[in-house]
Write a protein that binds this ligand. Sequence first.
Ligand SMILES: Nc1nc2c(ncn2[C@@H]2O[C@H](COP(=O)(O)OP(=O)(O)OP(=O)(O)O)[C@@H](O)[C@H]2O)c(=O)[nH]1
Ligand SMILES: [Mg+2]
Length: 370
Amino acid sequence: MSFFSKLRDRLTRSSSKIGAGLDEIVSDGAGEEKPASASERPAGLAPAPAPAAQPMPAPVAEPQPTADPAASPDARPGMLGRIFGRAPAIAEPRRELDDEMLEQLEEMLIQADMGVETALRVTANIAEGRMGRRISATELKELLAGEIARIMTPVAKPLPLYPKRPQVVLVVGVNGSGKTTTIGKLASQFKAAGKKVVIAAGDTFRAAAVEQLQVWGQRAGVPVMTAPEGTDPASLAFDAMTRAEAEGADLLMIDTAGRLQNRQDLMEELAKIVRVIRKKDPSAPHNTLLVLDATTGQNALSQVETFRKLADVSGLVMTKLDGTARGGVLVALADRFGLPIHAIGVGEQIDDLDAFDAREFARALVGLGD
Ligand SMILES: Nc1nc2c(ncn2[C@@H]2O[C@H](COP(=O)(O)OP(=O)(O)OP(=O)(O)O)[C@@H](O)[C@H]2O)c(=O)[nH]1
Ligand SMILES: [Mg+2]
């Protein structure tokens, strides 16, 4: 199965929520104007709604590119042509884009965890140059997907690989966000790509955490450096650095504990790990990945704020996008922080992590096909 199919299937809750919301918004208002259009639902017969207002089937005559400076330049021509040029779309109910419809759209996007500011801006962009036009739910989905893709494209960046050996990747995040699982998945992918990887089980507070990482290491075929429970994680990190250097490893991934007594402890521990590995390589860590759990919704925003104060976060991984209705939070994150999103997780298996693709994500999120 392609990752897109997997993403779309597993994003069902988010996408059915947003997709159904858009369908509802359009059909809501379309009813009021039915006499002019599809009130009888003549099977397959195209109704003839107010000719001047029907924007889409005649793209040649529409000065859309200038009316629409904010729309995504890369995504529009192909998809508009494909979708709006297609005959079946004509049978869809249409609704005139007015203030009431925009308010409903805004409200729906906020409820889908996109955040107030982002929802307002996305809605304004969709409205620009289109007020008074009659649009269908499919068109609305395409427009929304275009807007989302435009926000997400600049942040869709795979984990950068540097010639530096070992490249040190510090993985941080709150308890249960998916750090250990993500390290296992990433290690497996880098190994498969021919990289030599070493993992350091820096969460030395729980024996179970070390065992969990060892299982992932076995699955991925990657060595896991461990230390007895309660050992100072910084000293384990130092040893792991020594080993990774000695073995000529390409990547050293350091897991950390998500749960400590308080923020101060966590900050001190992360700072100590960084201090110690810098004794070996002043440029390390080369990446600090913050792992976020999509099911926490808006809370992910405050986690980014907190962790940026604790560590020099260089990129994000969003896990658990499967089965949550809160995938919209990724749009808010991208819009607010602009931090690279390196990967997304859509399940607990080793291959349930992939590079983040803005267009795929946007289309899956609004419930559109590839
Ligand atoms: N459905 C789903 N579950 C995931 C995903 N990523 C991780 N999980 C699950 O989330 C739970 C917590 O994941 P961990 O990797 O242990 O999280 P952690 O951040 O290391 O947690 P601590 O070590 O307690 O701080 C586990 O049951 C994982 O299987 C994902 O993308 N989708
Ligand atoms: Mg863990």
